[in-house]
Unconditional design. Structure first.
Length: 648
């Protein structure tokens, strides 16, 4: 309960005229205590509402945890300043007369607009609730049909072309294909530079075969592009002109490609991993998966990693023949190594530089299998003999590359997603695979990987963490109001706030992603905060009404109750609009941005801004209606109002 001094002080707030120094200080102290309680409650709600983001893992945590930590520390710093520095500044600069709220032109403008609207809504309460429910119901089809993806695609300003040829392609043919494609791509007016690479670097960390080509395409600024040209149109146009028989083309971007390969081992957006014990069986399943995935809208660059077709030079030494010539296995292997692989003879020293000197047969002797069969081998007794006299030399087929994961052999079906959301494409692909494979052979199974793997991981995390956060906030609200009814009323504002976000995603054609989830989480905290403060204002008005007129149905009639609730709601107009407008104005630069990074930031800002608008309308219009119906029900049932003592 408030002290007698606090009540007297509150009676002086808003009055004009000279105020003695003692009363002025008392007013500042009382206002500071009230502000401190409100600030503490708001900061706690906001920090807890952001907690789910801190419990994410992988890429999403690295991307968004700095945002959450920055906002958290900013809120804590602002709260400390508001309860320490602000009262001191108020005492220094607030002297002489106090200007009442009624003389504030901005507040008067919004109250003049809001008051008749709120009065009308309190009159037509059922109609308002029906309209609100209809708007919520109208968003259900949009939620069901909303596309999903892991992260919004970031425009890196460059493209990565990854053609894949047959495993037995020669060095010269891979070079020819790369040069031809690079020449065609360089002819596009939107292209600045083209750099192609075939094979891999001399390192064990890069397992790219010679059949995999990587071409980095640096694009010019978009203002230099042709009129009407977009990135999607440019990829489609390039893709149509560089088709070569035997070459499967894939399109991605350099940075996201490296991230995908390092985190999931998949170089495309999505990959279907087939695990098993036998490479031939895995390859057969992969081909059936490829056939099932064809003709799915939005599924592009479909490719099966080749597990067969690799060409190997197989030299099998005949031990008995080698022994007849007085040779052992090491002698023959030494000849093969020096003739074909190259043997390091010595190292030259040139200042601080060191160069290895290798010796092997010339290229024309190593390209012809008949020449390889005639490689001379020196013997002690019979002189020089061809290697074919002691070994079988032939070309055999085998796997071009053996991939393993978790101690199991692995094959992969790769594809990208363009022109459609990733979740929709993968769900349709899953249905087709399930129709094709009623049951896989024993010891074989399928796993989805790539960006979709990250998306599923993030969604599963959020499904666990968000309900826990809701329970914690509900507990805080119950401790504050001592009423489950008020907790439910506050939580009603959440789906209404989400409505604006859902409609905005549909209007801007934005798929649901982790970035969008972050925007909704931020919106959730503000929606709960504004709802709580509106109820606190109306509760304060009801408490004063019950204290002044006596808490019974004879003194408090329904019209009197309605006017009291309307007065409490009007007191909340200015602080609510200040909170909402500060958030919206702060995010306008993000909504208007077009540079690098805006692809990721806009999906955060869009649901937050438009959700704030619907949340504000709900708090100002619908929440007083619900509160009024609840209080009328209390009057009719108990014959008095249930006055809540709020522990702020």
């Amino acid at each position: 309960m408030e002290s007698e001094k606090s009540i007297k002080v509150k009676e002086r707030i808003g009055h004009t005229g000279e105020i003695p120094e003692e009363e002025r200080i008392a007013i500042i102290e009382e206002s500071s205590r009230t502000l401190g309680r409100s600030v503490f409650f708001s900061v706690i709600i906001m920090i807890i509402s952001f907690a789910p983001i801190l419990f994410l893992t992988g890429q999403e945590k690295k991307l968004f945890s700095p945002l959450v930590l920055t906002k958290t520390f900013s809120l804590i710093g602002a709260a400390i300043l508001s309860i320490t520095v602000s009262p001191m500044l108020t005492r220094v600069f607030m002297k002489c007369k106090l200007v009442p709220e009624s003389r504030n032109p901005v507040s008067n403008f919004f109250i003049t607009i809001y008051k008749p609207v709120a009065r009308l809504c309190l009159k037509w309460r059922i109609t308002v609730l029906v309209l609100c429910f209809a708007i919520i119901a109208g968003s259900v089809p949009l939620v069901i049909n909303l596309g999903s993806e892991f992260m919004p695609p970031l425009d890196e300003g460059s493209l990565l072309l990854m053609p894949v040829t047959l495993p037995d392609v020669s060095n010269s043919e891979a070079k020819r294909i790369m040069q031809l494609q690079d020449k065609i791509i360089k002819a596009f007016p939107e292209v600045e530079n083209v750099l192609g690479k075939a094979g891999r670097a001399y390192t064990a960390t890069d397992n790219a075969p010679i059949s995999m080509i990587e071409t980095i395409i640096v694009l010019k600024p978009k203002k230099q592009w042709r009129d009407g040209m977009t990135k999607e149109k440019l990829i489609k146009e390039m893709n149509g002109k560089i088709q070569i028989p035997g070459v499967v083309v894939g399109w991605t971007q350099p940075i996201i490609n490296r991230i995908n390969m390092l985190s999931t081992g998949i170089r495309t957006d999505v990959g279907v991993k087939i695990y098993g014990k036998n490479l031939d069986t895995i390859y057969g399943i992969s081909r059936r998966v490829e056939a099932a995935l064809k003709d799915i809208r939005g599924l592009e660059d479909l490719y099966v990693e080749q597990l067969t077709g690799g060409k190997y030079l197989d030299i099998k030494i005949r031990r008995k023949d080698a022994a007849r010539y007085g040779l052992n296995i090491d002698d023959v292997n030494m000849v093969i190594e020096s003739a074909l692989g190259g043997m390091i003879l010595t190292t030259t020293v040139e200042g601080r530089e060191r160069y290895s000197v290798n010796l092997r047969l010339a290229q024309e002797y190593r390209n012809d299998i008949d020449e390889i069969r005639r490689i001379p081998v020196q013997t002690m007794k019979y002189g020089v003999i061809p290697i074919s006299a002691i070994a079988d030399v032939k070309v055999t087929e085998g796997p071009p590359m053996i991939n393993s994961e978790n101690a199991m052999l692995r094959g992969t079906v790769l594809f990208n997603v363009r022109g459609r959301d990733m979740g929709g494409v993968v769900n349709e692909a899953k249905r087709k695979i399930e129709e094709t494979f009623k049951q896989l052979p024993q010891g074989y199974f399928i796993e989805w990987s790539g960006q979709y793997e990250n998306q599923v991981r993030a969604q599963q995390r959020l499904k666990i963490i968000i309900p826990i956060v809701l329970l914690i906030i509900a507990l805080i609200l119950y401790v504050t109001f001592h009423s489950f009814t008020m907790v439910v009323v506050v939580f009603v504002s959440i789906p209404v706030a989400l409505i604006g976000g859902v409609y905005s995603l549909y209007y801007y054609h934005v798929n649901f992603s982790v970035a969008v989830a972050v925007g909704f989480i931020a919106l959730f905290g503000v929606a709960v905060e504004t709802g709580v403060l509106m109820i606190a204002y109306m509760n304060d008005t009801i408490r004063k009404l019950a204290a002044e007129k006596g808490n019974n149905t004879q003194n408090i009639t329904l019209p009197v109750l309605k006017e009291a609730i309307l007065f409490g709601a009007i007191q909340r107009v200015r602080p609510l609009l200040m909170t909402v407008l500060a958030n919206i104005i702060g995010l306008i630069p993000v909504l208007a941005s077009t540079g690098t990074g805006s692809d990721v930031m806009k999906p955060i800002a869009i649901p937050f801004v438009f959700g704030l608008i619907t949340s504000t309308l709900f708090v100002l219009i619908v929440l007083p209606v619900i509160y009024n119906l609840l209080k009328e029900w209390e009057l009719k049932k108990y014959g008095k109002l249930v006055v809540l003592e709020i522990n702020e």
